[in-house]
Write a protein that binds this ligand. Structure first.
Ligand SMILES: [Mg+2]
Length: 259
């Protein structure tokens, strides 16, 4: 059994770990404060591509969680990083919000519906039939299909919302083309995040509330993993998966001592 290196840097999921249905999880503020004081590299991750890091910084700060924008890593930022590596200075037709369009502009992408290199699908609350029709035709004409995250639904106080994965399925049905999904559980989301903060997987930990996204992605990226039970996973669910987190904790409050 190989000894893991001490944890030098932390990646944590946001929903279900730091907050749940808009309410901060008790202890999340203390965890973030201790991380910031420690000077260790860290990132708060979200598959949601609607918001920019600055938007999320403001939204978190309203509920008492002080996470600097540079410590926030969204699937939109990971997608922009991925495209910048794959095809620098390319063009894209985008269905999405400011979180995605801003990230793409920042890596020098041109957003256009005239013969783009990529069609990029992200999260939005206003999916238009016209935009989806355009996406389908551009993909049929050879644009490569990328989606920020595979989540089929998202949470809201009123119930489930159809999310990027569900809309991607519609476009796949219409084109016969599967997208490449960048967000969790693709370990690319962790790797690009680790690179952004200069961290290494063998001395990093991933905290999450979902076995099939957070824990799987952390495991596949070679990180130590912590499952917390304040979100979507109940203790009885853990055994249903063929892999295990390194640690299972009741909540983020139990992780303060690890920093
Ligand atoms: Mg979560």
């Amino acid at each position: 059994m190989t000894e893991r290196k001490p944890i030098e840097s932390w990646l944590t999921d946001m929903d279900g770990v730091l907050m749940h249905e808009g309410i901060p999880v008790p202890g999340a503020d203390a965890f973030i404060a201790k991380l910031r004081d420690s000077g260790r590299p860290f990132l708060v991750l979200t598959n949601n591509s609607i918001y920019t890091a600055r938007d999320l910084n403001a939204r978190l700060s309203r509920i008492g969680l002080d996470v600097p924008a540079e410590n926030i890593w969204t699937s939109a930022l990971a997608t922009a990083k991925f495209l910048d590596t794959q095809h620098p200075g390319g063009s894209a037709y985008v269905i999405g919000e400011a979180g995605l369009t801003t990230a793409l502009h920042e890596v020098g992408y041109i957003l256009t519906d005239a013969d783009p290199d990529f069609v990029i699908l992200g999260e939005t609350r206003t999916y238009s039939f016209e935009a989806m029709t355009k996406a389908v035709r551009l993909i049929n004409n050879g644009a490569r299909f990328i989606a920020t995250n595979p989540d089929e639904t998202g949470p809201s106080a009123e119930g489930a919302l159809p999310a990027t994965g569900a809309v991607a399925a519609l476009i796949t049905k219409a084109t016969g083309k599967e997208p490449y999904f960048v967000g969790k559980p693709n370990p690319l989301m962790m790797r690009t995040g680790l690179n952004a903060i200069g961290a290494h997987s063998e001395s990093s930990a991933m905290i999450g509330d979902r076995m099939d996204t957070d824990i799987l992605a952390g495991l596949e990226a070679g990180m130590e993993t912590f499952l917390v039970l304040t979100g979507l996973t109940a203790p009885a669910d853990i055994g249903k998966f063929p892999y295990r987190p390194t640690h299972v904790k009741d909540s983020i409050a139990d992780l303060v001592e690890y920093i």
